[in-house]
Design a protein around this ligand. Sequence first.
Ligand code: AMP
Length: 139
Amino acid sequence: MAYDDQNIFARILRGELPAIKVYEDDQVLAFMDIMPQAEGHTLVIPKTPAISLLDLPAEAAAYTIQVTQKIARAIEKALGVDGIILMQLSGVPAGQTVPHVHFHLIPTNVHHLGKHAAQMGDQEKIKAQAEKIKAALES
Ligand code: AMP
């Protein structure tokens, strides 16, 4: 399958769609999930156009996981949570809904998870969580 450069995350990367960003550098973007499965649900994406982890070049994968670890620490510090689920769905059969590789950071217990990507979150609440995570990254 060819990479679709009109997918939602590609459009966010180009600035064509809004996102509540918590971190960005020249290789990676981290932003809040619009339909959070728990408070502080954050997505980390490489800027490399890849559909899934399986077609992401190893160096980009390595760097993205390093940033994911950094964001996880900031979420823990900012929101006072213990325990974060790292989820990565590769392929539609696995349940992937956006065809640009991404790592979910979901601060919850897996047994508390409801339906995946099913309910729009309170955007103001999400923005407030993003501000806390950004502050934790800077401290
Ligand atoms: P997946 O099903 O693993 O591909 O996850 C895609 C995730 O992207 C879901 O958790 C959605 O809630 C999230 N999502 C979809 N559109 C947006 C958007 N515009 N901004 C932020 N998150 C989004």
